[in-house]
Ligand binder design. Structure first.
Ligand code: CA
Length: 238
């Protein structure tokens, strides 16, 4: 069955071009032209992914994102008009999974959509135990996409969650920014190291400074330093 993508965009030219291209790639697409219609469509149609413009009539993209993710995690690719809007959205830790700044090419859009679907599958396929336990009393429930620290739920954005899972899968292993960009964001071109850094900062803010280790000039890791070639040994929870 074709994957369903909801496009919430008030500029008809962009919406139609995006829809046409995604349909030609085999996706099923529906359009919504304002915020309230986007929320309503997401509820009724249950898409697999939402492409969401930030500046919308009715409700803006931030509010739409919050509303559609209230009940379950729904992957969101946010469209922003300028780079500083992207920074703002990342700063607000809105639950978008990825961002694309206008103007973008249809090729770039398709690449991001495919990357998001790959990433969702990769995270879903992690850890047979479906749960990971880390130092500092951190427990990750993969299926529920929930993180607790000493019993308390910690609210992570979808990207922060996926980044934490990717690091937690291989405790002691250092992952380079480039590797994380491919694994977590699905980027293949190696750009976006800044994106990794800002999400690591967010994880430290929420879970404590000691949670993610920086190895200068190399990348990030969790837990004690380890031989880079040793097998990953995630510890399953009881
Ligand atoms: Ca708009």
């Amino acid at each position: 069955m074709a994957r369903k993508i909801l496009v919430v965009e008030d500029e008809a030219l962009i919406a139609d071009a995006v829809a046409a291209r995604l349909r030609s790639e085999g996706y099923e697409v529906q359009l919504a032209a304002d915020g309230p219609a986007g929320v309503e469509h997401a509820r009724r149609w249950e898409p697999d992914l939402v492409i969401l413009d930030l500046m919308l009539p009715g409700l803006d993209g931030l509010e739409v994102c919050r509303l559609i993710q209230r009940e379950r995690h729904l992957p969101v690719l946010m469209l922003t008009a300028r780079d500083d809007e992207t920074d703002l959205v990342i700063g607000l830790a809105v639950g978008a999974d990825d961002y694309l700044t206008k103007p973008f090419s249809m090729r770039e859009l398709v690449a991001r959509v495919q990357a998001l679907f790959r990433r969702i599958e990769a995270v879903a396929g992690v850890a047979a135990s479906r749960a990971l336990t880390l130092d500092d009393g951190i427990e990750i429930d993969i299926d529920a996409r929930r993180v607790r620290q000493r019993g308390e739920i910690v609210h992570l954005t979808p990207t922060e969650f996926d980044l934490l899972v990717r690091l937690a899968e291989k405790p002691g292993r250092i992952l380079t920014r480039e590797k994380l960009l491919v694994d977590v964001w699905g980027y293949r071109d190696g750009s976006g190291a800044r994106t990794v850094d800002s999400h690591v900062r967010a994880l430290r803010r929420k879970l404590g400074d000691g949670v993610v280790r920086t190895v200068h000039g190399v990348g990030y890791g969790l837990g004690e330093a380890d031989d880079a070639d040793s097998a990953p040994t995630p510890s399953p929870s009881q």
